[in-house]
Every structure is written in C-alpha cells, then in structure tokens.
Write a protein of this length. Structure first.
Ligand SMILES: [Zn+2]
Length: 531
C-alpha cells in the first residue's frame, strides 16, 4: 500500500509571534526558518510583508529554503481593485513561493468586522487567489472562524471554501480561530466540507483553547484534510496553536498514521526533534517544559524502583515509543521511592561505572535517601546528584574552599529620598593555598552572594566567566518563618549547557549558597579541571 502525502505548514513566525512578549528579530526569524527547513517542514510562513519592517526585510531576502516560504496577508479590501490594494501589492512583491490570504468565512464577521456584503467578500477571495496565481505563486486561503461560521451559517462558510478552491487555491485552510471546537465536531464538519472541496486541498489550523489542538488536527486528517498547520512547541497567542513537535512523532511513530501517511520529515529529522524543541526555547529564553510529550525531560522518566528494574530489562514495557527515535533519552529518577536499580542506571547514564556489590553504592543510596528526607530534590537537580555521587566515590577535586561569607541587607533612603533595599556580601575563598576576598553588591542577599562568590576564583576565574544563572526557585518545605527552605538553581554556560543544583537549609541564604557553590564546582568539573 502506498502512503498518502500529508503536508506540514509552520506558522511559528506569524501565529507564534503573537504570543505576548514575543518579538523575533530578522536574524532569529532566519535561524528559525533554517531550523524548520532542516527538520523537513513543507511550508514555512514567514510573516506579514508590509505590516512591519522585520517582515518586509525578511521577504526582501533571497530565498534559500527547500520548504515553500509563505507570505501572509488579507484578501482584497472591499471597494478597491486588486491593482489599488497596497496589501495585495506587498504580498505579490514578496519573495515568497506562496501567499496565504486570511478571509472571513463567518457571515457575522463579514457584516460586523468588514462592514461589507457576503457577495463582496466572496469576490475578494476569488480575485485575491487569482492575483496570486497570475503572479506565479501558490495560493492558500485561511478561512477565519470557519467552524464557528459553519455552526452559524454552514452554507456561507462552505461558499467561502468553495469559492477559494474554484478560483484555484492550492489549499483551503479551515481555521478554528477561537479554539473552542471539539474533535468530534471538527471531524464531522471537515468531512462535510470534503464532499465539496477535495480533502487533498483542505488544511486544518487549530488553536489550543481546550487543549485539543493536536487532537483536532488529527480529527481533521481522519475526515480527509491533508495539510496540518501548527507551531514549534505549540507557541501561539492565548493557549497556543497545534504543536508540531507533538504531531510529527505521532504521525511517524503511531502505526495507524505511519502506515497511512508520509510527511516531509525524515527519521534523522525526527531524531533531531528534542534538540530543535529545546534550541527554540533557548531562543525564546524560557525554560523547556519538562513534561512536554516526546521531547520533555520527564517524557521518558520513571520513578518507582520496581519499574526501573523492569525498564532496564525490557524498555518497551513502560514506554509508548522509544525515546531515541525523537532524540530524547530514558531517565530513571533517583528518589526515595527508587532502589538500587534506579541508582545504578542513573550512574551509568552519567558515565560512572560501579559494580552492583560495591559497598560505596549502598553508602550513596543511604545518603541520597537521607538527604531527600531532609528536603533535597535530586531528580530536579542532576548536577548536584552527580557531585554527590562523585564525592561519595572520592573523585571530585576540591577546587576552592569558602573560609567564610557574610551578607548584609540594608534598607535606607537613597540620594533622591526614595526607600531602597540593597545587599552586600563578602566572601573569603581559598584557592590553591591563596586567599581571595571579594565583595559583591546586589538587589538581594542571594544576588550579592552570587556576585561576590563568582568575582574572583583565582586560576579558575576564566572557566566560570560564561556561567550564568538562568532560574532561581525557592520552596518552603514546612510552614512558618523557621521552616526548611529548598533552593533550586538553573545555570547555563556559553555553549548552551544547562545544569540544575540544589541546596537545603533552614536559612535561605545558606541554601542558596550550597546550590551556587555546587553550580560552580560542577562547571569546573565539566571543564575537566583538576584541583
Ligand atoms: Zn491562528
């Protein structure tokens, strides 16, 4: 049986860019386009030429992708000719292979938002599609609010789809713009449309407002649609768009779909998916979602000891797909529920070889359990775990020793009479027999301590120059001001490596200090330095 081709259309740079606080530069857009192209996406929507300088510049660049680059814009305005519509002219002039027009398909919007007639709207769709084709470009028509429009007036929604197809649009895109349609409704409506516009000309554009954008996309495919629109990591306004990072492996690894459809992503592309997803988050400067399906840190992690030993024997028993197919990895959590199997597997993964009957292993397990009872969370702090393991095995160099530290916080009036709170930290460290005294200032005690601690580590200073704190989380483990505090720190270096460290103490500054010094020690160890 030959497979049917299913096309993927990425709208990260347009729909995704509407996420609050999101603003891609031209360079970032080009980097994202290259990444999507390598992945094997068929269509990449670059943005809205004429709408802003970045998008205009993007569409002035010579095109280098294998994927088709699409420009997005409105259909012809009512009461104007094609030649006199500046928006259409920008779209035609854009260096793009395809034009995706957004059109109203809900008569209520035609009347209220456009203030025009149903007939005039259909004419705009027809003439816009014809203009794209005359310019040698592929045309797509995004039928906005299609599903809500269908529920209100199916005849008119269908007339919009039919008009677009009859005018020569390669794809009629059925948009669930408000994102509230459920999979069974999507399936029924797409099936009805497919009786008029052939499925291999129908696309689905789903928003995630009921967390079913992926399910809605698959429902549309079941009903005949052959193009799916979505974004990287499901980025998009409100609750996001259909997540291509979840759809791609589902289409490729789930039997019923994999046997039926071919997509443009190769096995190598699929293997790069975890990397692509995390690099994208990196660009957005946000921490990757640990629970993201397929690509999250936790997607293939398991906690209980009994499961861990079964997974080591037979991974398929506890995994719905093999993690390496999507470039992710199996992770066995070391936790108070975990036994020796978890611990051994985790040590093996980080490259520590220990025999099962090595007595140091029992010592380490007891230590992990003791500390986890105190409040340490090693499953969220891999770097601190590795340090603890290597220390127990006696292989962590003592790079530096903190003789003492002091932190002071002061609230006072500044020069203009405003109340400010500032902190100052003094740290005394010994490196290689040499004593260093550093002073750091910060907006809070932890910040000041971090600045002071990283100010001068003598001969190691150049190795921590690119160390950066990305995230700092404080958890109070039991109530009251005398409670135990857990601090989790996420660090990053210039090469984009990330690691997590943990500290626990009744004193928040001390807990932070433990996590900070673990972070520095881990970095120096990762550099392969000896003391
Ligand atoms: Zn959208």
């Amino acid at each position: 049986m030959t497979c049917e081709r299913l096309y993927l259309y990425d709208t990260t740079l347009r729909d995704g860019a509407q996420t609050p606080g999101m603003d891609f530069s031209l360079e970032e857009k080009l980097a994202i386009i290259a990444m999507l192209d390598d992945l094997g996406i068929d269509y990449i929507e670059g943005g809205y030429p004429g709408a802003n300088p970045t998008d205009t510049a993007l569409f002035a660049e010579p095109r280098k992708t294998r994927a088709k680059l699409a420009a997005f814009g409105m259909t012809k305005r009512a009461g104007r000719s094609i030649a006199n519509d500046p928006g259409i002219n920008d779209l035609i002039a854009a260096r793009a292979d395809a034009i995706c027009y957004v059109a109203k398909s809900w008569d209520y919007h035609v009347r209220v938002a456009l203030g025009t007639t149903n007939e005039e709207n259909l004419k705009g769709i027809r003439q816009s599609v014809e203009a794209a084709i005359a310019a040698g470009k592929e045309a797509l028509v995004d039928c906005e609010h299609f599903f809500d429009g269908w529920k209100a007036n199916p005849d008119y929604a269908l007339a919009c789809a039919r008009t677009a197809h009859a005018a020569g649009a390669r794809w009629v895109v059925l948009c669930d713009t408000n994102g509230g349609t459920l999979p069974d409704e999507v399936e029924a409506i797409v099936a009805a449309v497919a009786k008029v516009v052939p499925g291999d000309h129908l696309a689905i554009h789903a928003h995630n407002d009921t967390e079913q954008a992926v399910a809605n996309s698959l429902a549309a495919v079941r009903a005949g649609a052959r193009q799916i629109q979505g974004t990287l990591n499901g980025l998009g306004e409100r609750c996001g768009n259909a997540n291509l990072v979840s759809l791609i492996p589902t289409l490729m690894l789930k039997d019923g779909l994999a046997k039926k459809f071919d997509i443009g992503v190769s096995e190598a592309g699929l293997k790069s998916l975890t990397h692509v997803s995390r690099v994208f988050d990196e660009m957005l400067n946000r921490a990757p979602d640990r629970q993201a399906p397929y690509v999250g840190e936790s997607a293939f992690s398991t906690k209980a000891g009994i499961h861990a030993s079964a997974i080591m024997k037979e991974p398929a028993t506890y995994e719905h797909v093999s993690p390496d197919k999507v470039g992710n990895r199996r992770r066995l959590l070391v936790s108070d529920q975990g036994g020796k199997s978890n611990l051994m597997a985790e040590l093996q993964r980080i490259g520590i070889e220990v025999e099962r009957d090595d007595r140091r292993l029992d010592k380490l397990l007891a230590e992990v359990k003791r500390r986890e009872t105190e409040g340490y969370a090693y499953e969220a702090a891999g770097a601190s775990f590795e340090l603890l393991a290597r220390r127990t095995l006696g292989t962590v160099p003592q790079f530096f020793e903190v003789e003492s530290f002091r932190v002071m916080t002061e609230q006072r009036h500044n020069a203009v009479g405003k109340v400010v709170t500032v902190s100052e930290a003094v740290v005394k460290v010994v490196v290689d027999g040499q004593r260093f005294l550093s002073v750091g200032e910060g907006n809070g005690p932890v910040n000041a301590l971090d600045v002071a601690l990283r100010k001068d580590l003598g001969k190691y200073q150049r190795y921590i120059g690119d160390l950066e704190l990305v995230d700092y989380k404080v958890r109070i483990l039991n109530g009251g001001t005398g409670a135990t505090t857990r601090v989790l720190i996420e660090s990053r270096d210039g090469a984009g490596e990330r690691w997590f460290t943990v500290g626990v103490s009744p004193n928040i500054v001390d807990a932070s200090f433990q996590a900070l010094s673990d972070s520095i020690t881990y970095k120096l160890m990762a550099e392969g330095l000896a003391a």
